[in-house]
Design a protein around this ligand. Sequence first.
Ligand SMILES: C[S@@+](CC[C@H](N)C(=O)[O-])C[C@H]1O[C@@H](n2cnc3c(N)ncnc32)[C@H](O)[C@@H]1O
Length: 254
Amino acid sequence: MADYDIIGNIAIIKSEGKTNSQKLRQARELLKRPFIKTVLEKSTDIKGRLRTFKTKYVAGIKTLETIQSENNCRFKLNVETCYFSPRQGNDRKLIASKIKKKDSVLVMFSGIGAYPIVIYKTKKPNHITAIEISRECNKYAKENLKINKIPEDKMTLIQGDVKKKMPKSKFDVIMMARPNLKTTFLEQALQVSKKNTKIFYHGFCHQDDLNKLKRELLDEANELKRKIKITKTAKAGDIAPYKYRYRVEIKVLN
Ligand SMILES: C[S@@+](CC[C@H](N)C(=O)[O-])C[C@H]1O[C@@H](n2cnc3c(N)ncnc32)[C@H](O)[C@@H]1O
């Protein structure tokens, strides 16, 4: 794993084990790349339900806001107040490739709108609903719909907790870009699922625990008197040594 991330023209370096002069040296090297204008250091882990982290300024222009280009889309965001992972670009592309034009799609945990916007721009499905708890992320998501020229009648953004504000309709496809927290939120996804709904679920675990993660999802569905089939699992990013974000593809059977 690289020891920095680049979001738009901001580089975010890891600080563990580095002296100030080592950080400055790394920042100077990064600033030689023409598109990098700011270097920050990540000063805390990703925390809480909003999945945000704190930064400290290291070098370059002092800003926390940037525009990331990805999958022919542009996303404006504040790197400290909004969760955004540039490492999920391929996952967004892959999910989008599996959507059909006739589908009505729900993106749970939609952040600044990256998944719904990539899905819309790639496949132009019937309609997309996106739900996200953070007001700040939703502010950017609204702006990002305009930046990416998404027609207003094609996407609905809901600001709120998926446990309280889920829409009433049923969806063909549900993308669960879940936070890495204990709650599975499977119950909320199943509430708006019908027979043959496809769910893309992000689960986080050590590679040795993937079967346990799958078993827990099957058991939870069973307790809710719903039948699901896990049709595929694949790594969708690494989060720590031997620990991965897994994309679990689920078909709802009843
Ligand atoms: C892993 S991030 C994914 C963000 C976005 N999909 C992306 O990839 O950029 C998880 C998101 O879930 C949101 N979130 C956490 N708990 C939530 C809840 N109960 N209801 C709605 N959104 C929630 C967080 O604010 C965060 O933006």
